[in-house]
Structure formats: structure tokens, C-alpha cells
Design a protein around this ligand. Structure first.
Ligand code: GH3
Ligand code: MG
Ligand code: MG
Ligand code: MG
Ligand code: MG
Length: 315
């Protein structure tokens, strides 16, 4: 970035996939350029000179940090901040206010609006760098903690806690919008024999392979693959009815068969298979405890799939 930005918004420096991304929102191209120079190499950088453009950019790709000019024409930084805090998708993005006023009431307003920090113009490079680095570090740690709290360590799919959380949310959404919601419970067949025959470390590898096979068939936005525990997985499928869920289950059965993992100790097949129980909402009596009912229905269906011979899905 050597020239003043001439467009109203854009990317100044594309970060690598692993680097963090910062959005500068300021009506002055000169300030944007100054900040970009001071933050050279610290993060991927984008800019916007208007609040509306900034909102569109953040919805397209959420930045890790926003530097927000308090005073802009048409939409002030405070107004933009309020809009972000009212939007569940943008609420968590940390905001550092940048303002020409050093008066304490502006500072108070910034924190009351939900900013994490505050910098005054004229900008001091050392102060800007220190505050930006601090916020990016907090953001990286927060992201990492959230990832650890929601994913299963062995397989990388959602853990049980996150499955329950997303189930509650999706059940409420399905009831509110009158849409269907399906759940599959997937259980590896004769997995105790597998461990006994091949050893526990091989069993772990098998679970990882099954998890990726499941992830490969649950690819619609909003689909969630989770590990309920042991050798039991869940697929939560929003806006999917029972027939649609059974289609996904058939693909899952195929995907696991296609892994072609030998299972010499299985009484029912010579390779690793899974059994699947399917259930969907709306279901009779589901109004109050929809999430646990859906889980129970899928669990009963799984039991049927086991007793009907395994390597199959039952509703
Ligand atoms: P079924 O076909 O009826 O499901 O039989 P199963 O042997 O798969 O079911 P069972 O519940 O008897 O055994 C599940 C086994 O899964 C027992 C347990 O040791 C194993 N298991 C649970 N968690 C893990 C894990 O994280 N890694 C490995 N390797 N094995 C696990
Ligand atoms: Mg301004
Ligand atoms: Mg099993
Ligand atoms: Mg069992
Ligand atoms: Mg089991």
C-alpha cells in the first residue's frame, strides 16, 4: 500500500489464512493510509470509508478487530457500533474507537457503546501498535478457547456440550419458523470387538476416519456433526424432514463402507459399518422438550437398526 486508497472500501493487504484480519473504518483516506503504515505486518488489513459499506464487509468476512472512527458523515462510529452490537453475527467483533476528541465523555460513550479500547488522534504509532497487538492477542486466545470448548479432541467434530447447545437453538428456530429439523444418531457396529482385535490406538484412528466420512455427507450450511461419546456420533440437519434425513443416512452408510476399514472380528461384516437411527421434528408432543425428545426418538431408532442387523438406518 503506497497510494492513498481511492475507492470507498477494499482490501489493503491480504493476510494469509492463519493471520488475523483488521478492518479500518474511517472517512479519511489519509488516516486509513497512516494507520495501515503504522500497522505494517501486524495483520491482514481492509478498510471502509462509510458505515454501510463496513457492515456489508463485516457480514461477508468477520474481521478479528475493528478500528472505528467516531466521527464520520452519514453514519457516526457510535451509530455503527450500536448496529454491530444489535447483530448477533457482528456482536463479538472487538472495536477500538479512534477519535479526535480527548475529552473523557467521548471515552465514556465509547466504552458504553461496547468498545474494548479507545485511541485518540493525533495517532501515536507505539500506542496504536500496543493496543492493536493486545486486542488481537486476546481475540486469538478467545477463538482458541472457544474452539477447545466446542470440539472433540480426538475427531475434531463438535463435542457433546456443543451438540446440546446447538440442538436447543435449532429446536427453537424450527418451532419459530415452522421448519423441520432432523437428527441422526450414528453408532459404530461391534466396536468393542474392533478395539479388542486391533488395539485401542487403531480404534481411535477408526473413529477419526468415521468422523470425516460423516462430515463429508453433512455439508449443507447449518449441518452439524458431533461426537456424543465413545463410538457414537450425531448429525443435526436443519430444515430437513425424515425422508431427507434418511437420504443423508444412506450416504453416510455408503461413505463408511467406502472407507473399507477391515474389521476381522465383526460378527456382521468383514469391514467397519455403522448403524443409524433417524428422527425429525415436528413430532407429536414435541412442543416442550423438543431437543430431548428428538434425541430419544433417534436413539430408539438406532436400537431398531442394531436389532435389525446393523449397517442400516431405521426411522
Ligand atoms: P454395537 O454394535 O451393539 O454398538 O456394539 P459395540 O461393541 O460397538 O458397542 P459397545 O457399547 O459394547 O462398545 C463400545 C466400545 O467403544 C467400547 C469402548 O471401549 C469403545 N470406545 C469408546 N470410546 C472410545 C475411544 O475414544 N477410543 C476407542 N478406541 N474406543 C472407544
Ligand atoms: Mg472522521
Ligand atoms: Mg457400537
Ligand atoms: Mg452397544
Ligand atoms: Mg454405542
Amino acid at each position: 500500500m503506497t497510494d492513498l486508497p481511492t475507492q470507498p472500501f477494499g482490501v489493503l493487504r491480504q493476510g494469509e489464512a492463519t493471520t488475523q484480519h483488521l478492518l479500518i473504518i474511517d472517512d479519511s483516506p489519509a488516516i486509513i493510509q497512516l494507520i495501515a503504515r503504522m500497522l505494517h505486518g501486524v495483520a491482514g488489513l481492509s478498510f471502509a470509508t462509510r458505515g454501510m459499506q463496513a457492515l456489508a464487509q463485516m457480514r461477508a468476512q468477520a474481521p478479528d478487530l475493528v478500528l472505528l472512527d467516531a466521527e464520520m458523515p452519514s453514519m457516526s462510529g457510535f451509530e455503527l457500533c450500536h448496529l454491530m452490537k444489535a447483530d448477533p453475527e457482528l456482536r463479538e467483533i472487538p472495536i477500538i474507537f479512534v477519535t479526535g476528541h480527548g475529552e473523557s465523555d467521548v471515552e465514556v460513550r465509547a466504552f458504553e457503546a461496547g468498545a474494548v479500547d479507545f485511541i485518540t488522534k493525533p495517532l501515536n504509532e507505539t500506542v496504536l501498535l500496543a493496543r492493536v497487538r493486545t486486542q488481537l492477542r486476546i481475540k486469538r486466545l478467545t477463538d482458541e478457547l472457544r474452539r477447545m470448548a466446542t470440539t472433540d479432541g480426538l475427531t475434531g467434530v463438535s463435542n457433546r456440550r456443543h451438540v446440546d447447545e446447538v440442538m436447543q437453538r435449532e429446536c427453537q428456530r424450527a418451532a419459530r419458523n415452522g421448519t423441520s429439523l432432523a437428527m441422526l444418531i450414528v453408532d459404530v457396529d461391534h466396536f468393542k470387538h474392533y478395539n479388542d482385535h486391533y488395539g485401542h490406538p487403531a480404534g481411535d484412528l477408526c473413529l477419526q476416519a468415521v468422523a470425516s466420512a460423516l462430515a463429508s455427507v453433512a455439508h449443507r450450511p447449518g449441518d452439524q456433526v458431533g461426537r456424543l461419546g465413545g463410538e457414537e456420533f450425531s448429525l443435526l440437519l436443519p430444515e430437513t424432514d425424515l425422508a431427507g434425513a434418511i437420504d443423508v443416512a444412506e450416504s453416510a452408510l455408503r461413505a463408511v463402507r467406502t472407507l473399507a476399514l477391515p474389521h476381522a472380528a465383526s460378527p456382521s461384516a468383514d469391514h467397519v459399518t455403522v448403524s443409524i437411527g433417524a428422527a425429525s421434528l415436528p413430532a407429536p408432543g414435541a412442543a416442550l422438550h423438543a431437543a430431548s425428545l428428538l434425541m430419544n426418538l433417534a436413539d430408539k431408532a438406532l436400537y431398531q437398526a442394531k436389532s435389525n442387523g446393523r449397517d442400516r438406518c431405521e426411522p
